[in-house]
Ligand binder design. Structure first.
Ligand SMILES: [Zn+2]
Length: 171
């Protein structure tokens, strides 16, 4: 059951492994969490609505993911863009991941995708944001805006359970 408990990942300082038992947490900026993955808001965003999607398991590399985890994360990335479009109306997105510290990963030991909403002319916006990114109210306001859409998902719950069954081994 290490998969579900995430025992291997209970490292101090891993934001993705913190507060595993809480589906949502404004303190930890956790928008969504199930047995397969978690969605967090980046505390040090490049833009408003900068989200992080990570597998529940504390793994560092793409090849560590099961097919089920890959599929669940891909679906969640899509869902995040839908929710961000609805609330923040960005003109586009940068979505990707940094593998390894040399590639710029802030927390290289726990794989995570970045979703950065983009707006026309947001270079100026990002400069402005850099000055306010230490103000927590700004992020918390966006958190409150987004979290209801991550809460209301009965169909998604069923899907996650299926994903878990597929990707869990009987060891
Ligand atoms: Zn972790």
């Amino acid at each position: 059951m290490e998969y579900i408990e995430g025992k291997a990942g209970r490292e101090s300082g891993c934001i993705f492994c913190a507060a595993k038992d809480r589906p949502h947490s404004a303190t930890d900026l956790i928008l969504y969490r199930d047995a397969t993955l978690a969605v967090l808001m980046n505390r040090f965003p490049y833009a408003n609505g900068h989200l992080l999607v990570a597998p529940a398991r504390h793994v560092a590399d793409l090849c560590d993911l099961s097919a089920g985890e890959n599929a669940a994360i891909a679906a969640m990335l899509t869902r995040c863009t839908t929710i961000l479009r609805k609330h923040l109306k960005p003109d586009g997105f940068n979505i990707g991941l940094n593998l390894g510290e040399v590639a710029g990963a802030g927390l290289a030991s726990h794989l995570h995708w970045h979703i950065v909403p983009r707006w026309h002319g947001d270079h100026n916006y990002m400069t402005i944001l850099a000055e306010v990114r230490t103000i927590p109210e700004h992020i918390e306001k966006t958190f409150e805006k987004l979290v209801p859409d991550f809460r209301n998902r009965e169909g998604g719950k069923r899907k996650s359970r299926l994903t878990l069954n597929r990707s869990t081994t009987r060891s």
